[in-house]
Design a protein around this ligand. Structure first.
Ligand code: ADP
Ligand code: MG
Length: 571
């Protein structure tokens, strides 16, 4: 068995040689207290950095079992350790030399506590996965620099980040308990007839559009305060009793003047599918796990989606029962986004007038008089939102400051006034009675059919040039699949680039494992998600070298990526 001494010898031997000599490092080395795996060695100093893993026996790492006794705790502990590892690698990373020389890093975490492949826990060990830029001067191996990085810095990082005795036990406990409380709160929603909960005292606004950390009270953040009539109490395993606003199933409007906090509340609900770190402000903002943000997305491609519930026959008699376009309009894209979400099993739709097509949301009486129904293919959401709930049990939360027509169809109306919610349901209903609109309902009794689609495997081609699989991910809003760019900028519940990496891999996996020209998209997604549940994210990399930069995603976001692939063909 090779040891750290062997690694040392190799590094001294290849010092000054051509960069290719680093390939000799591949393998497994026993260090005092941990095992180092060098899984993949970069081809040159500018190539993506090398992939390494360190594995510490649990006996040595010393984590009390209760810290990872169930899934939510395990995920939170792994998240905490990733953050610690990140903190310490940043301290020891010394970028000297060519290209990525001296880099030592772990895939970072942000405000959400995600299940990631950066740190794993097994029965016997804890493992952290990192990338290292093996040091070079030009194209020559800097063996001594590598020596100090791998045999001096790395053991210290492992010692500090992966040993319980060196961590802040209070912070770790808080992290784990925060996640467990959020999961418990989310699990209680259904039995209370709720689709979301926002705790009293929650801080919803963020520092900026590009900074997801909370706005501080000093900067004017107004903490959330539930209106009495919507206040509910949850009992959580750690925090005990907490109160806050429950959003009931059905149709909920968020109204209020411009700049009073409507979109901020909706965005918090969008993110309520995730658990947040202590101090985020949204620790106890939880939403139904199948809540999907819907928006207009003009320009997107649509492949044979039955949008007929919203859009009737188009000019020229073109049917919309299997509607395809290379360039959807605002309203057709929003309709397709809803129908696709229903196809993947969404139970709550979250929409904001700011990012919706106006003619998709409303068509008022005067417009009905001017443009006869036979000349308007669009049935607005207003006429479908109730049948959506009645026929499919799908609730809607809609931010709507601009039209009172929705008072007729809403179950709950929440007004945001100076960043605080008020229950104005009774008043809105009163107004709806006092000022009846002469508007005629246009949606019919039923919502209409959601037609399952069968994706054709040959239409997903991840290859490029001589490579069978070429995937490229930079950020959360697009990725390259083979030769195709997939635009995810309108898929707003993706929060981490590692989710996109995992989604891209999952598309390849789905194609190989489940798409057979017979299984529906829903069945394909279920297969993939089941495998992720039972075998973890590593299932996506198969026999490739293990990687630490994958994060869990929902079937909705995987479907969203498949649906946006411009080559997709379905039956
Ligand atoms: P609306 O959608 O009603 O027009 P926004 O939600 O966009 O309003 O909020 C307007 C501004 O107020 C944003 O800059 C947002 O960050 C800030 N804001 C929202 N909620 C709060 C709050 N609770 N406390 C302080 N500022 C807030
Ligand atoms: Mg807004």
């Amino acid at each position: 068995m090779a040891t750290d001494q062997d690694l040392r010898r190799v590094l001294l031997r290849i010092d000054g040689k051509g960069y290719k000599a680093y390939q000799d490092l591949r393998g497994r080395y026993e260090f005092p207290g941990f095992t180092l795996f060098i899984d993949r060695v970069q081809g040159d100093p500018f190539a993506p950095p090398s992939r390494l893993r360190v594995r510490v026996p649990l006996e040595l790492a010393g984590f009390p079992r209760e810290l990872f006794g169930n899934k939510s705790r395990e995920v939170a502990l792994r998240d905490f350790l990733t953050r610690e590892f990140d903190r310490w690698t940043r301290k020891f990373s010394s970028r000297r030399g060519t290209g990525k020389s001296g880099l030592i890093a772990v895939d970072p975490c942000y405000q959400q506590i995600l299940e990631k492949s950066s740190v794993l826990l097994a029965d016997e060990w804890v493992e952290a996965r990192l990338v290292v830029g093996l040091p070079a001067a030009g194209r020559r191996v800097l063996g001594r620099e590598a020596l100090s990085l791998l045999t001096e810095a790395l053991p210290q990082i492992v010692e500090r980040a992966l040993h319980y005795r060196n961590l802040d036990p209070e912070a770790l406990r808080r992290h784990v308990e925060t996640a467990e409380d959020a999961d418990a709160a989310r699990e209680q929603l259904a039995s209370l007839g709720l689709i979301a909960f926002v705790a009293d005292g929650a801080v919803l606004p963020r520092r900026s559009g590009v900074d997801d950390r909370p706005l501080s009270p000093g900067e004017g953040a107004v903490p959330f305060q539930a209106p009495d009539s919507l206040r509910v109490e949850l009992k959580l395993p750690h925090r005990g009793r907490v109160t806050g606003m429950g959003i009931p199933e059905g149709i909920t409007l968020i109204v209020g003047g411009g700049y009073h906090g409507k979109s901020t509340l909706l965005q918090a609900l969008e993110r309520g599918i995730y658990n947040h770190v202590p101090g985020d402000g949204r620790e106890l903002v939880v939403t139904h796990p199948d809540a999907v943000k819907i928006r207009a997305e003009d320009g997107r491609r649509v492949e044979k989606v039955n949008i007929s519930p919203f859009i009737g026959d188009l000019p020229g008699g073109r049917s919309t029962r299997a509607f395809s376009t290379e360039n959807a309009s605002g309203s057709t894209s929003q309709a397709a986004n809803i129908v696709e979400a229903l196809e993947t099993g969404a139970k709550v739709l979250l929409m904001d007038e700011d990012t919706s097509a106006t003619n998709f949301l409303i068509r008022d009486h005067r417009m009905q008089e001017l443009i006869a129904k036979e000349h308007e293919p669009i049935t607005p959401l207003l006429d479908k939102v109730r049948s959506l709930y009645r026929d499919f049990g799908v609730s809607t939360v809609l931010v709507m400051g601009g039209s009172g027509d929705y008072f007729d169809v809403a179950d709950t109306v929440i007004a945001m006034i100076e960043f605080l919610p008020h229950d104005v349901t009774a008043r809105a209903k009163e107004i709806a009675r006092a000022y009846r609109t002469a508007r005629r309902p246009e949606g019919g009794e039923r919502f209409g059919e959601v037609t399952p689609r069968v994706p054709l495997p040959e239409s997903l081609d991840p290859s490029r040039g001589r490579r069978d699989v070429k995937l490229k991910v930079r950020d959360t809003d697009e990725f390259v699949f083979g030769t195709e760019e997939v635009d995810l900028s309108a898929v707003e519940q993706i929060v981490h680039p590692s989710q996109v990496r995992a989604i891209a891999e999952a598309m390849v996996y789905a194609k190989r494992q489940y798409m057979d020209g017979r299984r529906t998209l829903r069945e394909v997604l279920e297969g993939v998600m089941r495998d992720l549940d039972t075998r973890g994210l590593d299932v996506l990399t198969g026999t490739g070298s293990p990687r630490g930069d994958l994060a869990r995603f929902r079937r909705h976001e995987l479907a969203a990526a498949i649906n946006r692939l411009r080559t997709l063909k379905v039956r």
